[in-house]
Design a protein around this ligand. Sequence first.
Ligand code: AVI
Length: 324
Amino acid sequence: MQSSTTPELTTFAEDVLRGLSSTPKSLSSKYFYDDEGTRLFQEIMKLPEYYLTGCEHEIFSMQTDAIFRAFANGDRAFDLIELGAGDGTKTAVLIDHFLKQEADIAYSTIDISQEALDALSAKFTSAFPSLKIETRNGDYFRILESLKKSSGRRKILLFLGSNIGNFSREQSLDFFRNLRRVMNTDDLFFIGLDLQKDPHVIVDAYDDAAGVTAKFNLNLLRRINRELDADFDIDKFMHYANYRPIEASARSFLISQERQSVYIKAVDRTFEFEQWEAVFMEMSQKYNLKMIDDLATESGFAIKQNFFDSRNYYCDSLWRPAVS
Ligand code: AVI
């Protein structure tokens, strides 16, 4: 087998090899976010069809005080810890309000991309000169473990943007249980979840008229060409997105428009694509309140409060550790 002759393969190369060797073929959406992918995602967040960002922004802007009261819980000192840096625009709305309320807060963000951390840190330092900011580069759990030991203050963990929707149910439960393990009983977890709605609205969000989502998906082929020395002809693939209302998930694919072969030097393998063969790229789960409640309960949390936008498209759910 190829893998035994290429022991030096990176995790990226191994994952691409595994995904393109499976039936059906797949690539992991976690690899979308190289510099260009990160830039394209920022563009997606500004698209009229991609309602998720606007909904979360509306919740944060319209219900800032209710969110503050729920976070503060009678105590104005807490640490905000954001998992995944993003561009910080939505979190900035909360921080601005909290500081005006003279809350004693510190903000840390954890991300695997040092570039994203640097950009966010520069932005927040100039917007909030009095805010204590810490950026931590690396894996969430290793870092959270150290935070549990080091800080005596209450922690509010933020996981926004319905990022959880890109995880399977099992991965989500695993993630929540790991978080629960590093949280103290008076810490809180604030998570953004995209809700079920008119399927047409969802499909449009993942198949925008300007074609930015298509570029975002195709960019992963460019990344494979560049980093793994492959010869994908990008023009021979097209983006296709659908929504499965029974599973309540949006899915995106790249479709091979003709029969073709692609060679990836880093894994020294040629992959054959049939005409109209699909490569599964990403799942974006949509939730209802029962699903949210079940996820919280099954991972050792209880819902403290849910916040919705005016159209009920989106929910920011505040969880507290359940005491057994
Ligand atoms: C990052 N994540 C929550 C986005 C989503 O909606 O699933 C990624 C995305 N894919 C296509 N458009 C946006």
